[in-house]
Design a binder for this molecule. Structure first.
Ligand SMILES: Cc1cc2nc3c(=O)[nH]c(=O)nc-3n(C[C@H](O)[C@H](O)[C@H](O)COP(=O)(O)OP(=O)(O)OC[C@H]3O[C@@H](n4cnc5c(N)ncnc54)[C@H](O)[C@@H]3O)c2cc1C
Length: 378
């Protein structure tokens, strides 16, 4: 556990030095500056298994995977400072774990150490205009042609679109729309001919966009896992990283609570600090209680994930509760700031926007309820 405390202290240093510096940069420059800060501190190594050039998690988890406890500790602290730092950190893992668990040895050796050092930027491309929560509806096609594959289709909402050096792409190699056994994952270099990116903006700072594939040729050595095994790789990746979405939500929520407490103690109305009004005191007590509950759920989900047992229910509970709860806490913080809470550039205004997407991506709240209910009821 000492190792985790040291990690959090490092993340705090990076956060404190970077938060203000990237605030006014445009999205691409902010993303690259955030990555550079993480790279210099050596934190990105925690997104890649030790066996493939990542950090040595020692007794936290096996050498062929990443420690979920470390991911959670880091994301919570990074998110406290900056959503951009958080997203640039975690995408290195989401966009490389499919290679760690499914890539050929030569591809792993070529790509993963560079991802761990922050020299290559990774992306994970599942979602399509007509396939969001229902990944069995993926329509991007990969057709075999000798020793190569030809990909055609369009992905959307792809984090790191336009800054990534590669995309891990889920494509259909057999079957019709809805058939979950006909999907295969591929490694596609961003510079491959026929890859086209169209960036758009979401409500929080986040490099994101559409990625279209038009007759993109990749060798069979870029296939990740067996033909038809793509959905299993996507799900294994999501399962590994999902507790850390909850930890990120807790980081935003803790920042919101810290900002609220400072404001209520310093702002006077009706001749008293706002912190003297009972309804606001009750708010702080409830925010604290709910955040602690969310942190305990994340601790449980992360520990079970690292121990390698069945963590599905704990992970779904943690993601569902922590992200919904963080939305509520950040909303209360905006309320405590009054007009300043919605003024562009204030910390709580930024966090309020940053936190919203967490209830949607990597399995929305409704999908977490489906998973949890299935674990409970069969
Ligand atoms: C900021 C951000 C970053 C993202 N990054 C990536 C990325 O890097 N790579 C990637 O592949 N994708 C990414 N996504 C996409 C994300 O994973 C999808 O948005 C998500 O899976 C939901 O899909 P959808 O948007 O198509 O919504 P839909 O699936 O259309 O869902 C719409 C609503 O219906 C609900 N719903 C759907 N099915 C059910 C059901 N069976 N029962 C009850 N309710 C249901 C959903 O919960 C949701 O509330 C990102 C999204 C965002 C917002």
């Amino acid at each position: 556990m000492k190792a985790l405390e040291q990690l959090v202290a490092n993340a705090r240093k990076v956060g404190a030095a970077t938060e203000k510096r990237i605030e006014d940069l445009d999205e691409t420059r902010a993303a690259l500056a955030a990555l550079a800060a993480l790279r210099e501190a050596g934190l990105i190594a925690w997104t890649v298994p030790k066996e493939f050039g990542g950090a040595d998690a020692q007794d936290l988890c096996a050498a062929d995977t990443v420690s979920v406890r470390a991911l959670c500790a880091l994301r919570s602290e990074l998110a406290w400072h900056s959503g951009m730092l958080d997203v640039m950190f975690v995408m290195q893992g989401l966009g490389s774990f499919p290679i760690a668990i499914g890539g050929a040895d030569a591809l792993r050796a070529e790509v993963l150490p560079a991802v761990a050092r922050g020299e290559r930027i990774a992306a994970f491309a599942l979602t399509e205009p007509d396939a969001g929560s229902s990944l069995g509806d993926v329509a991007t096609r990969a057709v075999k042609n000798g020793d190569a594959w030809r990909l055609d289709g369009k992905k959307t909402f792809i984090s790191n679109a336009g800054v990534a050096h590669h995309y891990c792409v889920l494509a259909r190699t057999s079957g019709e729309i809805g058939d979950t056994k006909g999907l295969t994952m591929f490694f596609v270099p961003a510079e491959a001919r026929g890859v086209e990116v169209n960036r758009f903006e979401v409500i929080g700072p986040h490099p994101i966009g559409d990625v279209a594939f038009s007759k993109v040729e990749v060798p069979d050595t870029h296939r990740l896992g067996p033909e038809g095994g793509g959905l299993a790789i996507a799900i294994a990746t999501l399962n590994r990283f999902r507790p850390s979405v909850a930890a990120c939500a807790n980081g935003f929520a803790r920042r919101a609570l810290d900002e609220s407490m400072k404001r209520l103690l310093s702002r006077k109305q009706f001749g008293k600090p706002l912190a003297a009004f009972q309804s606001l005191r009750f708010d702080i007590a409830e925010m604290d209680m709910r955040l602690r509950a969310a942190e305990l759920l994340v601790d449980e989900a992360a520990r079970l994930s690292d121990e390698g047992g069945s963590a599905a229910a704990a992970v779904a509970r943690a993601k569902l509760f922590a992200t919904e709860n963080a939305g509520w806490i950040c909303d209360r913080a905006v309320q405590h700031f009054g007009g300043l809470g919605v003024k562009k550039g204030s910390v709580v205004e930024r966090i309020y926007r940053d936190v919203r997407a967490l209830r949607i991506y990597e399995g929305s709240s409704e999908i977490q309820k489906l998973i949890l209910a299935k674990e409970l009821l069969g």
